[in-house]
Ligand binder design. Structure first.
Ligand code: IPE
Ligand code: IPE
Ligand code: MG
Length: 250
């Protein structure tokens, strides 16, 4: 286990994103390449979560959203799903005190009520324990689907209209954003996907409309602190225009 002293100092980067979102992909392929079961890849991937979380804290990034389990991942073999849920529960139980030490606030997005009860309980306890921390906000996307989130948002809007709390004429992207799971967080500035797939896989469909995208061929379990810094450096070189013509508009 690396201590603070073992970590390389973060590079000086001119422009740091406020919110980074990551599609952590390639655990299965990593395991396969080593002749191991897929679950070994997920275990190794959990180590990378720690590495990237620390790197975010060191750079002063405010929000990190990690895609940990999608609405579609229920299609996987039952044994793999069970292993992932057990890993999640273990991660939450073993890392909460470390999150406290590192001033990390844990949050979660997705249809959490469909997760196993044990995971829900561990999640609730970690969120409660870390709620007053004001360093990095670490958001786990669990049983998360972008389309499902948008539909839940539409249901919420309809409810508010029916109860007379919202006038339909007032609905715009900002107002709608307040009905999404992510209502408390800014949109991601940077989306990273490991393992080279050029797709979004139902992740944060609404929120990434103007995110910069960095896709690396590295598999998630072998993604390093330096790889993460390289992705942030790539982000810093991008010129964001938000549909305008000039330099940065935000
Ligand atoms: C990402 O790795 C982890 C989850 C989706 C939970 P994968 O399990 O998708 O690994 P590959 O893509 O099959 O290699
Ligand atoms: C996306 O990876 C979901 C997570 C990282 C949790 P997948 O491996 O499930 O995505 P596809 O199936 O390759 O699109
Ligand atoms: Mg995958």
């Amino acid at each position: 286990m690396a201590s603070d002293a073992d970590r390389s100092p973060p590079p000086k980067i001119a422009k740091i994103p406020q919110h980074v979102a990551v599609i952590m992909d390639g655990n299965g392929r990593w395991a396969q390449s080593k002749g191991k079961p897929r679950t070994a890849g997920h275990r190794e991937g959990a180590q990378t979560v720690r590495t990237v979380t620390e790197a975010c804290g060191d750079l002063g990034i405010d929000y990190l959203t990690l895609y940990a389990f999608s609405s579609e991942n229920w299609k996987r073999p039952k044994s793999e799903i069970t292993a992932l849920m057990t890993l999640l529960e273990r991660f939450l139980k073993s890392r909460t005190s470390e999150m406290q030490t590192n001033n990390i606030r844990l949050q979660a997005i997705g249809r959490l009520s469909d997760l196993p009860k044990r995971c829900q309980k561990a999640l609730h306890e970690s969120i409660q324990a870390t709620k007053d921390n004001d360093g990095l906000t670490l958001i786990l996307a669990l049983n998360y689907g972008g389309r499902e989130e948008i539909l839940d948002g539409i249901r919420s809007v309809i409810r508010h209209v029916q109860e007379g709390l919202l006038d339909v004429a007032m609905l715009d992207p900002e107002v709608f954003g307040k009905h999404l799971y992510t209502r408390y967080y800014p949109d991601p500035d940077l989306l990273i996907r490991t393992s080279g797939e050029m797709r979004i896989s139902n992740f944060l469909l609404w929120q990434i409309s103007y995110a910069e995208i960095v896709i690396t061929d590295k598999l998630w379990p072998e993604f390093t602190r330096e790889d993460f810094f390289a992705a942030i450096e790539e982000y810093a070189r991008r010129q964001r225009r938000f549909g305008g013509v000039n330099e940065e508009t935000s």
